[in-house]
Design a protein around this ligand. Structure first.
Ligand code: 5AD
Ligand code: FES
Length: 317
């Protein structure tokens, strides 16, 4: 394969820090409601065909319970930007997970909120926050989002999260329509400046009910190349082989690990809601139980000489 030297270098950098250990994060997609209308996303507000759902606190807790039994020590609560999950509703969820699982990391991925809200959630026990910047080039950012959203606000959220003390993850989609070489350089420059603990990148994949339907998907090759570059830039970063990567190629996640990724994020959401959290078409793992994904990924990692570990997998130098 092309770029084999780059991939091998990145893989060696990752192995020097992490050995053959791969961290797993249990993803709980707790709401498919979203007030935003990003042009690329399948759960955007204007998509009338999207089936919407919200998980209750008890449902979320039971996802954590089965996840814990499967050896997960990080729970990722991800949802659309859903005003229903105000601080009033969100704080008790975070506090209860914190209380029940003192040995686990809690990662939130709830989009843009105020400084005060981020701070309260942190104080309730959240440790990490994922918020992809999506596009550091202002022109591209504008092409992908309606007027209501701004790159400025998004970047400010990321700095706020850092300031509060979260381990922060950012990232973007590779090959999103309109992404030029220069725009990618902006993404790299922004990430260099932010120095995030986690870097999430995956290929852009069309969703049939969005304004970008019919555009080209991002490629495996370009995603792997960027992933490798970020690994070499940030030897200690937590970099997932994303579900999107596994969606554009049957062995995409394995190839991601071979290009320097060190994290996988299997889904812990209840099976009956999985087909409703579709950010893009043909998403994998929407019919499987948590335990099935866990075993599937375990086999996949072993097939390339790696092992899934039971560990919080915190960032450390
Ligand atoms: N293809 C790939 N990734 C997508 N995301 C949203 N829509 C798509 C798509 N069509 C990504 C965004 C978001 C993350 C949760 O999923 O980068 O931050
Ligand atoms: Fe979900 Fe393979 S990881 S089925």
């Amino acid at each position: 394969m092309m770029n084999e030297l780059l991939f091998r270098t990145a893989r060696n950098v990752a192995q020097e820090v992490f050995g053959n250990r791969i961290y797993k994060r249990g993803l709980i997609e707790f709401s498919s409601y979203c007030k935003n209308d990003c042009y690329y996303c399948g759960i955007r507000r204007s998509n009338q065909s999207a089936d919407r759902y919200r998980l209750t606190k008890d449902q979320i807790l039971s996802c954590c319970e089965s996840g814990y039994r499967l050896g997960f020590r990080t729970f990722v609560l991800q949802g659309g930007e859903d005003p229903y999950y105000s601080d009033e509703r969100m704080l008790p969820i975070v506090s209860e997970i914190r209380e029940k699982y003192p040995d686990c990391a809690i990662t939130l991925s709830l989009g843009e909120r105020s400084y005060e809200s981020y701070k309260r959630l942190f104080e309730a026990g959240a440790n990490r926050y994922l918020l992809r910047h999506e596009a550091a080039d202002p022109n591209l950012y504008r092409k992908l989002h309606p007027e209501k959203m701004s790159l400025e606000n998004r970047e400010e959220c990321l700095w706020n999260l850092k300031d509060i003390g979260y381990q922060v993850g950012t990232g973007f989609m590779v090959g999103v329509p309109g992404q030029t070489e220069e725009a990618l350089q902006e993404d790299i420059a922004f990430i260099r400046k932010l120095c995030p603990e986690m870097i999430g990148i995956g290929p852009y994949i069309n969703h049939k009910d969005t304004p970008l339907a019919g555009e080209k998907n991002g490629t495996l090759e370009q995603t792997l190349k960027l992933l490798a570059i970020f690994r070499i830039m940030f030897p200690h970063a937590l970099i997932p082989a994303t579900t999107a990567l596994g969606t554009i190629h049957p062995r995409g996640r394995e190839m991601g690990i071979m290009a320097g990724a060190n994290v996988v994020m299997p889904n812990l959401s209840p099976v009956d809601v999985r087909k409703k959290y579709l950010l893009y078409d043909n998403k994998i793992c929407t019919g499987e139980e948590a335990a099935e994904c866990q075993h599937c990924l375990q086999r996949r990692m072993e097939s390339i000489g790696y092992q899934l570990v039971e560990d919080r997998g915190d960032y450390h130098v």
